[in-house]
Write a protein that binds this ligand. Structure first.
Ligand code: ARG
Length: 601
């Protein structure tokens, strides 16, 4: 079953055919069709085509108009200005197209798949072991999750990779400290620190993080004040890199404890992360040697002052000298770059990806630029196998400065999320009585609204831009917020519940009111919009589409009643079709952004 052809695509075909008939050398020319305020569509491409063919644009436009088939799809077409075309669609075609979307047997609202699906690895939600998650990790998780869902929806195969920071010299002091104070991470310990045989109680994410935080601080204090501890800790780094089993076992405890915390945050975020997709930096350890050997053999990396480096003509330091990407340090240690280069080999050759996407802070752009260029020189990336950083900007406080607590510390992500849910719950509670929500529903909706607000605020501006974290604005019922969209959805559900026996049903013979046409034409653009959003990894365009959809709906309510006794049955049914499809489009669009749409709000 083919997807539903949009009205835009239909009109495009008609115009192309007429253009070709009028001017054969313009076959396959793009009439540049756009939605327009003057008519339903405007075609702006005639001018350029006429110029190319040395024809008079108005004359060419007139010839096209004469040759366009009218009646079924196109109600009216006329030349305007120097050679634009204004096109009006028949009401019948609008309703029929919407009906086809509503009854799509694949239940995809007629949305097509991409023409050339491939395999994309999306590297996102990559916090660091033994460290608190902050707003930067929030952005990567939220944007990555949305992009992953959108790509999958249009048919791309997506492999998620959570490149967590689980390796590095900082583990030396942590491991050494824990080995010297083994009971400090023992979930079976009693208050006095002596281990018991009792079954461990489930550790919450919050507890796991506070354990790790305590260990980190204690280890740090020892490291900074005790020279002998420092020496022992450094020795543990060597043991860890050599894969000494006891050292690895202690390291694993930090990873496991951290994962308890990560998963609790992902759950709070209402986000499904698979354990199997968590392949952290350590996951590429046994590729590092070979990666370096290959880079050196290919002449991509060279020895410089004892280190293995890749140089770039355009990456210069303040002194004008080239700043290299260091693949292997002079002490033999591997860093972030060696891991990322190995990960590229794994993703391209083992996972067979043709696109690698990195949802990472813009402040790491130079790193990725160098890593990608090195991989290109090595032949691991090329025209068919591409890598791209989907760089995101900084989260700012209300003051417009990078988000910090009053004391200047990094804001804990969980605190932010909890506050968002608290505020949202208050908003939900205000209307709860009128809607008849139980306490349980209030709590659940509070979560959906609060987490949705945080995600939407992040996704509704273009990723690369900074944005202000302003909870007051985020949970506002007015303006471009998720809760505005959630209310739009819930209001439709309430209408559908009140509709009784009346069902959404298409009546193509009916004349449509202007607000119905506007809503319908916007609904029809969902598929093309999604393909565009997927191609450019731009969830903010989806957010803005959904916001416009809700605005069209508001205008529609102002001008058209759905369940009015004054309406003939056909009008009621036809309008139910419109609002029902609007609700389903809102639901699908929000779901792709990772946001829930409660039925009652
Ligand atoms: N863990 C890193 C951080 O917190 C992000 C990792 C990004 N992904 C990568 N392949 N380097 O900044």
């Amino acid at each position: 079953m083919p997807p539903v052809t949009s009205l835009t695509a239909h009109v495009h075909q008609r115009l192309s055919a007429a253009l070709t008939a009028a001017l054969p050398e313009t076959a396959d020319a793009d009439p540049l069709l756009r939605r327009s305020d003057r008519a339903d569509f405007q075609a702006n491409g005639i001018l350029a085509l006429a110029k190319k063919a040395k024809a008079n644009p108005r004359e060419l436009a007139t010839q096209v108009v004469d040759r366009v088939v009218k009646g079924d799809l196109i109600e009216d077409i006329e030349v305007s200005g120097p050679g634009f075309l204004n096109i009006t669609i028949t009401d019948r075609a609008i309703v029929e197209t919407l009906a086809a979307r509503a009854t799509d047997p694949a239940d995809r609202l007629g949305v097509p798949f991409t023409d050339h699906p491939g395999t994309t690895v999306v590297d996102y939600a990559q916090p660091n072991v033994a460290k608190e998650m902050h707003v930067g990790h929030l952005r990567s998780a939220v944007i990555g999750d949305a992009v992953t869902k959108i790509l999958r929806f249009v048919g791309e195969t997506v492999v998620a990779r959570h490149h967590i920071g689980d390796w590095g010299t900082q583990f030396g002091m942590l491991i050494q400290y824990l080995d010297e104070h083994p009971h400090e991470l023992d979930h079976r310990s009693t208050d006095d620190g002596t281990a018991t045989d009792e079954v461990p109680s489930e550790v919450t994410g919050e507890e796991a993080m506070s354990n790790l935080d305590r260990l980190y601080k204690a280890a740090r204090t020892h490291f900074d004040s005790d020279e002998e501890f420092k020496t022992r800790a450094r020795r543990r780094v060597v043991d860890l890199q050599a894969g000494e089993p006891g050292t690895l076992a202690t390291w694993q405890r930090f990873v496991d404890e951290s994962k308890i915390y990560f998963f609790s945050v992902f759950e709070k975020l209402d986000m499904e992360i698979q354990d199997a997709d968590i392949v952290g930096e350590s996951g590429y350890n046994d590729m590092l040697d070979e990666t370096c050997r290959l880079l050196e053999e290919k002449g991509v990396a060279v020895r410089s002052e004892g280190a293995l480096c890749v140089f770039f003509d355009d990456v210069l330091g303040p002194d004008g000298k080239q700043v290299p990407l260091i693949v292997k340090k002079s002490d033999g240690g591997y860093g972030y770059a060696a891991t990322d280069l190995s990960a590229i080999r794994n993703r391209v050759f083992d996972l067979k990806a043709d696109t690698l996407l990195y949802v990472v802070d813009a402040r790491q752009s130079l790193h990725f630029k160098m890593v990608f260029e090195a991989a290109r020189r090595a032949g691991w990336l090329n025209e068919d196998t591409k890598a791209q950083q989907l760089a995101f900007g900084t989260v700012l406080g209300k003051d417009g400065k990078p988000f910090k607590t009053r004391e200047g510390a990094t804001v804990r992500l969980v605190d932010l999320l909890d506050e968002a849910v608290d505020r949202a719950t208050a908003v939900v509670r205000e209307k709860a009585e009128k809607v008849g929500l139980t306490e349980e529903e209030i709590v659940e909706n509070g979560r959906f609204v609060g987490i949705g607000a945080v995600k939407y605020a992040d996704l509704s501006t273009s990723a690369v831009r900074d944005y202000k974290f302003d909870l007051d604005q985020m949970v506002s019922l007015h303006g471009d917020t998720s809760v505005y969209l959630q209310y739009a959805y819930a209001r439709i559900q309430s209408i559908l519940r009140k509709a009784g026996d009346a069902r959404p049903l298409a009546h193509p013979e009916l004349a449509l009111a202007p607000a119905e046409r506007a809503l319908g034409l916007h609904l029809d653009q969902f598929g093309e919009l999604l393909l565009d959003v997927a191609a450019g990894y731009e969830p903010h365009k989806l957010a803005s589409y959904l916001y416009q959809l809700a605005s069209h709906l508001t205008t529609f309510y102002d001008q058209c009643q759905v369940l009015s006794d004054a309406n003939p049955k056909e009008v009621v049914e036809n309008r139910l079709l419109l609002v029902d499809l609007t609700a389903r489009t809102l639901h699908q669009g929000m779901a792709l952004l990772g946001i829930r749409t409660p039925d009652r709000l």
